[in-house]
Design a binder for this molecule. Structure first.
Ligand SMILES: CC(C)(COP(=O)(O)OP(=O)(O)OC[C@H]1O[C@@H](n2cnc3c(N)ncnc32)[C@H](O)[C@@H]1OP(=O)(O)O)[C@@H](O)C(=O)NCCC(=O)NCCS
Length: 164
């Protein structure tokens, strides 16, 4: 695999338009997320921005090629468990950007004070599953017929071994 030298950094307000357009492409392709197209700007804001503790973007030659968010998965006494989501645009897949985003988010979540991470809805057919296992996530549950008849998996990982 060749590696693309991407820059991953926290998103600022000026990145949100590019992020919306990139995620809109993911949603239109029914690619790994449960959103139903067309994606509105309000839905994007609600999902990506409003509740996030951190949003990171990957840029290559100035182009936004991928992104991640981290947010509390639950409220109150369970808010120590983070949720995260990732995407990489099609032409840049298979070059290590996705793995870099996940590894970056583990450190960022730790830095933010989370001590575990949970993925709620990983489609059974998602190639990211192998990467999640390699990066220390355990498959802890299955949701039958979650999206258009396809099962989804739940992944969990402690963050206590992660250096922020
Ligand atoms: C999941 C996703 C972020 C992976 O991004 P990526 O940049 O292609 O990932 P990488 O190139 O870093 O690859 C990560 C690992 O997964 C493997 N992998 C990636 N795509 C694969 C595929 N289609 N088939 C098999 N393995 C694949 C790679 O071989 C790599 O393994 P390695 O680290 O042992 O070498 C990307 O496919 C994506 O955006 N999908 C749509 C949105 C999505 O599903 N998000 C996750 C929701 S749970």
């Amino acid at each position: 695999m060749w590696a693309v030298p991407v820059e991953i950094r926290l998103a600022s307000d000026s990145d949100h338009h590019d992020l919306f357009e990139a995620f809109e492409r993911i949603v239109n392709a029914l690619d790994g997320f449960p959103h139903a197209p067309p994606l509105t700007r309000a839905e994007f804001n609600e999902y990506w921005i409003a509740h996030s503790s951190a949003v990171s973007i990957a840029r290559f030659n100035g182009h936004l090629v991928g992104a991640s968010y981290i947010k509390p998965n639950f409220v109150g006494r369970a808010a120590h468990i983070a949720n995260a989501g990732y995407f990489v645009l099609g032409p840049y897949r298979g070059t290590g950007v996705g793995r870099s985003l996940v590894e970056h988010s583990l450190k960022e979540a730790r830095r933010l004070g989370f001590d575990a991470m949970l993925f709620n809805l990983v489609f059974e057919s998602n190639p990211a599953r192998a990467m999640y296992r390699k990066l220390g996530f355990e498959e802890i549950g299955r949701i039958p017929s979650a999206v258009n008849g396809e099962d989804a998996l739940i992944y969990w990982r402690s963050l206590e071994d992660v250096e922020p």
